[in-house]
Design a binder for this molecule. Structure first.
Ligand code: 13P
Length: 340
């Protein structure tokens, strides 16, 4: 394990103003994003779309790393430059999603566990050769009114995250540890806080037991936020306070950065909530940043619609979201900036 390399890559991804673009949608997921804009999910359309994102001018000021899907890591720009080289040439660190998705957890109805540990050591070695310097594994925790998640589902997912993170560090790849408590349900912010706390406690207990180097990893959690079907309304300040309080209790100060997922929040809400955290005079021990998928890409897809003539507009939309999230990293974003 090259401790210096792991530390410096983790720190570079969350350098000042910077965060992560999550562009690692699996083929079924990107199809869900393309369907509403009438774009067929072919390999070439997926390549064209990712090229729009990766070639947008100026994003390297705000994007420290990009998470790619297996297919994308093997693709190239229309000029024949492999995407991983194109990104590193711009000072953006390429990363790779390595989990194989969440599957039903046997004997625990309603709970899921993420698969993909078998053969992971060999896949990591290949990804490293292809230029990936960091990786991502997403655990999915659903909340329902009754017994989901089960205590065992939390432990099983935390254990898999630790096994994955250790394999990454053994291969000198920075693990992004993503325990996502979904915001799909009708639960309130208090229930999200309880489950997120249990999950983080379990994750760091397993990471510690496995000997994972906290300085050479990043945490990608959900914000502490009410479920989408919950009538409760919360301000950005309330979400920020609940999130930072929860994270302070469970995330060791040695972790260099916390990069939130957007999880179905609107692009503006995701930026506003991150901004509120960085604007609070809390002096947190870690960088508070973003690793957004939908909150960075939704406006780009809407502008693009698969048309070559819309590429410039799509890149403007992407550049704007990157810039505004860069400002949110400093706590100096305001909603008024959306209309400029
Ligand atoms: P969202 O920001 O759309 O939640 O995606 C981030 C991600 O990578 C989920 O695994």
């Amino acid at each position: 394990m090259n401790i210096d390399e792991l530390k410096s890559v983790a720190q570079a991804i969350v350098a000042r103003q910077k965060g992560i673009l999550a562009a690692d949608e699996s083929n079924p997921t990107i199809k869900k994003r393309f369907d509403p804009i009438g774009v067929e999910s072919t390999e070439e359309n997926r390549r064209r779309y990712r090229e729009i994102l990766f070639t947008t001018e100026g994003i390297e000021r705000y994007i420290g790393g990009v998470i790619l899907f297996d297919e994308t890591l093997r693709q190239s720009s229309r000029d024949g430059i492999p995407f991983a080289h194109l990104l590193s040439g711009r000072g953006i660190i390429p990363g790779i999603k390595v989990d194989k998705g969440a599957k039903a957890l046997a004997l625990h109805p309603g709970n899921k566990v993420t698969e993909g540990l078998d053969g992971l050591r060999d896949r990591l070695a290949e990804y490293k050769q292809l230029g990936a310097k960091f990786a991502k594994w997403r655990a999915v925790i659903e909340i329902d009114e009754q017994n989901v998640p089960s205590a065992y589902a939390i432990r099983a997912n935390a254990h898999a995250l630790a096994r994955y993170a250790a394999l990454c560090q053994e291969a000198d790849i920075v693990p992004i540890v993503e325990p996502e408590v979904l915001m799909d349900g009708a639960h309130d912010i208090q229930r999200c806080n309880v489950i997120t706390s249990q999950m983080l406690e379990s994750v760091f207990s397993e990471l510690n037991a496995h000997g994972v180097l906290y300085e050479g990893m990043l945490l990608k959690p959900n914000m502490v936020i009410p479920g989408m079907k919950c009538p409760q309304r919360t301000s950005a300040e309330e979400v920020a306070q609940a999130s930072v309080r929860c994270l302070r209790r469970y995330v060791p100060a040695a972790v260099p950065g916390i990069v939130f997922l957007s999880g179905g929040q609107s692009a503006e809400d995701a930026t506003d909530n991150l901004n509120a955290m960085n604007a609070m005079d809390a002096n947190p021990p870690w960088q508070l940043s973003f690793s957004y998928g939908r909150a960075l890409q939704a406006p780009v897809l809407t502008a693009w619609k698969g048309q070559e003539s819309n590429v410039a507009e799509a890149q403007r939309a992407f550049s704007k979201r990157c810039q505004l999230n860069g400002l949110a990293r400093e706590g100096i974003y305001s909603r008024a900036m959306e209309n400029r």
